[in-house]
Design a binder for this molecule. Structure first.
Ligand code: ZN
Length: 189
């Protein structure tokens, strides 16, 4: 089905799930498409491809959110998570560290976000200031982990990506895959 394969192509281009090889993700998108059609919510007067693409992207985002635990911010700091900063500045240290980590993960899996990552995290750390050493330390743990475990030959490309400099598509992919593996390992530990 043409609309279904269009949804597959869009999702494979936009998302990278380290725990799921591309061919499995493609199958998953086909399954989501069949489920969406079976649900009876599709309005046949609207384009099928658009419907299936939107459905697959939403399902994929939900899957990422569940898998990456983006809903657990309330456990880190309920007040900051509600948008009512519990301390001076826009977040407390713990929450800022958690946010930085979520953004790093999101940027890895949704590649278009990678270039703004370094800037965002720098701003968060600045916001954090020196007043919460613990939070600052947590925010840096991920950097240290990457420093420690990223293969040396990928390091220059990783640094270029963080700076928003040009890196070939193939190298970007290699770096992302290496970091995703490091993250998956550290989460499992
Ligand atoms: Zn807080």
């Amino acid at each position: 089905m043409e609309g279904m394969e269009q949804a597959v192509a869009v999702v494979l281009k936009a998302f990278k799930l380290p725990w799921m090889p591309a061919e499995d993700l493609a199958q998953q998108v086909r399954l989501w498409s069949l489920e969406a059609l079976a649900s009876g919510k599709y309005d046949p007067s609207r384009p099928l491809a658009g419907y299936l693409v939107a459905n697959a992207k939403n399902r994929c985002k939900n899957l990422l959110r569940d898998k990456l635990g983006r809903n657990d911010g309330g456990l880190v700091c309920a007040s900051c998570d509600r948008g009512e900063p519990c301390s001076e500045g826009s977040h407390c240290g713990r929450y800022a560290a958690w946010l930085a980590r979520q953004r790093t993960k999101k940027a890895l899996f949704v590649p278009a976000d990678f270039t703004s990552l370094a800037k965002d995290n720098a701003r968060l750390l600045e916001d954090l200031g020196a007043r919460d050493e613990r939070g600052e330390r947590e925010a840096r743990e991920l950097d240290e982990l990457i420093d420690e475990r990223l293969p040396a030959e990928l390091r220059p490309y990783y640094l270029r990506m963080r700076d928003g400099a040009r890196v070939t598509r193939a190298k970007r992919r290699e770096v992302r895959e290496a970091i995703a593996a490091i993250l998956a390992e550290s989460e499992a530990a």
